[in-house]
Design a protein around this ligand. Structure first.
Ligand code: HPA
Length: 277
């Protein structure tokens, strides 16, 4: 007999929104913060933003919250933090992303977003590290996500749930971000399944169909955020130029290192943008 506890989201009969509501109740109990206004998912390179947004009211291991899985990757801190901005807003900072390539299904990928919505958050800020297709971009540069192309052939929506995705990456919120940094460029994010990086031919395909960034997260999360009625702001950190655009091979170390170097600058940008939301 297995001693392994089944994951609540793996039961096809389970209601993922009820599990998200349970997770939100766990967060309220463990942080002492009844509800949150904004949620922020931290991707590669964005980790230090939490400290700069405001005062950390509570920090909890994600594994203590219903439905959250252990982080698959070192460097993806498995914590949830409740931060209070100087303006008095409560920000739920999610340092525990489940990636699609982990193979646990989309319900687990979007659980943090659904939980954020269940805590009351009306704004979802999604950040990631991505490969840049535009040759004028340089590693370490933050870019606003203007739209996405979902190449996972999957969706967080189940059944005949038809959700409009027009202006998914809110132009209102992008305008606010540009009041903080008018030099912010923007681009279309293509989500591939990963975990392998793309081939140069796949990057050319992404470019041809209108993509400017390639990555392995965010699009599915964003769809779930829209379904939950949240307004979405997305940022990519260009950690490298995409395969074939840069002439040298890609490595995970390079991606992590670019994130580490850019971290102080982009974290401060992100914190200032959050202060304006
Ligand atoms: N491709 C996909 N995901 C990524 C990349 C990339 O080039 N860089 C960082 N994450």
């Amino acid at each position: 007999m297995s001693t392994h506890t089944p994951h609540p989201l793996d039961d096809p009969a389970a209601d993922p929104f009820a599990i998200a509501a349970d997770a939100a109740a766990d967060i309220a109990r463990l942080t002492g913060v009844e509800s949150h206004d904004i949620a922020l998912t931290l991707g590669s390179g964005w980790g230090r933003a939490a400290e700069l947004i405001g005062e950390t009211v509570a920090s909890i291991p994600a594994t203590e919250v219903t439905g959250f899985s252990k982080p698959a990757l070192e460097g993806h801190a498995g914590t949830l933090r409740s931060v209070r901005t100087p303006g008095g807003k409560h920000v739920l900072v999610i340092g525990a992303r489940t990636h699609y390539y982990e193979g646990h299904g989309v319900r687990r990928v979007v659980h943090s977003v659904r939980t954020a919505a269940a805590t009351g958050a009306r704004t979802m800020v999604l950040t990631n590290g991505a490969g840049g297709i535009r040759e004028t971009w340089t590693p370490g540069q933050p870019v606003l996500i203007s739209d996405h192309i979902n190449l996972t052939a999957d969706s967080p929506l189940e059944g005949a749930t038809f959700i409009d995705l027009t202006d998914l990456y809110s132009s209102r919120l992008r305008d606010i971000a540009r009041t903080v940094d008018p030099s912010l460029d923007e681009g279309v994010y293509c989500q591939f399944r990963g975990p392998h990086y793309e081939t140069p031919a796949e990057v050319q395909m992404a470019k041809t169909i209108g993509g400017h960034l390639v990555g392995m997260s965010t699009a599915l999360e964003s769809i779930a955020a829209r379904q939950a009625g949240m307004e979405v702001l997305g940022f990519s950190l260009v950690t490298n130029l995409a395969a074939g655009i840069q002439k040298t091979p890609l490595s995970h170390e390079e991606v992590i290192e670019a994130g580490r170097e850019a971290e102080p600058v982009i974290s401060s940008l992100l914190a200032r943008v959050i202060g304006e939301l």
